[in-house]
Design a protein around this ligand. Structure first.
Ligand SMILES: Nc1ncnc2c1ncn2[C@@H]1O[C@H](COP(=O)(O)OP(=O)(O)OP(=O)(O)O)[C@@H](O)[C@H]1O
Ligand SMILES: [Mg+2]
Length: 235
């Protein structure tokens, strides 16, 4: 579904990604792990069209999408749930979700059905449907960000740190929901600081260190790898 080849991204003099190549196959959950500043968000943003790479290709369903505007990519099935829960604070839960489907806003019945499906996945949001986004708890805002991304009917969902700042119980819940979404047929690229949980739900993983991919493999193998355990799993 997605194939990145030799990607380089620069911010002025800083090279945030250096010759990164990775693949996400249809139906997979692939995780990208790495320390703060490793370039994980940059990679996600390069795929979703929010930053322009200086070198390399991003092939989505066989077509190079470098230079395609982000909103067009949403229409083609790539949607990102950004780091830090960027929801609309002054809009209600319902309005936030509806915005996720703005490309299909004339197809009311379809959008309503999708919203019901999302609210089934997140009963907490259902109870708070008329509440303003900005008054939701951190975990609820995270759910709303993911739910809003789902409203675009993504084929490829890019999740940037979905468990950031959540209490352990909610972290478990979020990862269970990620598996659910994947079982419903959505391919997922998951960026996480919580390497342990990410590798537990993912099929394959990549390790990014200051802009370079240093390891890759089956998630279960990475979980057992001595270097990964020492650097990212704290054990
Ligand atoms: N807009 C920007 N301008 C300049 N430098 C940037 C910009 N965005 C990111 N960087 C730099 O690029 C590097 C990679 O940042 P990025 O946000 O991709 O890291 P990350 O792996 O997502 O980190 P974290 O785990 O902290 O979210 C960092 O050194 C960061 O300071
Ligand atoms: Mg980041």
């Amino acid at each position: 579904m997605l194939s990145i080849e030799g990607l380089e991204v620069r911010y002025g003099a800083i090279r945030a990604l250096n010759n990164v190549s990775l693949e996400v196959r249809t139906g997979e959950i692939v995780t990208l792990i790495g320390a703060n500043g490793a370039g994980k968000s940059t990679a996600i943003r390069a795929i979703s069209g929010l930053v322009q790479p200086s070198r390399g290709r991003v092939l989505y369903q066989g077509h190079d999408i470098v230079g395609t505007e982000a909103h067009k990519l949403v229409g083609q099935g790539i949607c990102q749930s950004p780091e830090g829960r960027r929801i609309f604070a002054n809009l209600t839960v319902k309005e936030n979700l509806e915005l996720g489907a703005y490309l299909r806003y004339t197809r009311r019945a379809e959008v309503t059905a999708d919203m019901e499906r999302v609210l089934e996945l997140f009963p907490r949001l259902k109870e708070r449907i008329a509440q303003l986004g900005g008054t939701l708890s951190g975990g609820e805002q995270q759910m709303l960000a993911i739910g809003r991304a789902l409203m675009s009917r993504p084929k490829l969902l890019l999740l940037d740190e979905p468990s950031l700042g959540l209490a352990p119980f909610l972290v478990q819940q979020i990862f269970a929901i990620i598996e659910d979404i994947n079982r419903q047929g959505v391919t997922i690229l998951l960026v996480e600081q919580n390497a342990f949980q990410a590798l537990r739900v993912a099929h394959r993983g990549y390790v990014l260190e200051t802009g370079d991919l240093t390891m890759q493999g089956k998630a279960s193998d990475l979980l057992e790898d001595g270097r990964v355990r020492q650097a990212y799993l704290g054990r």
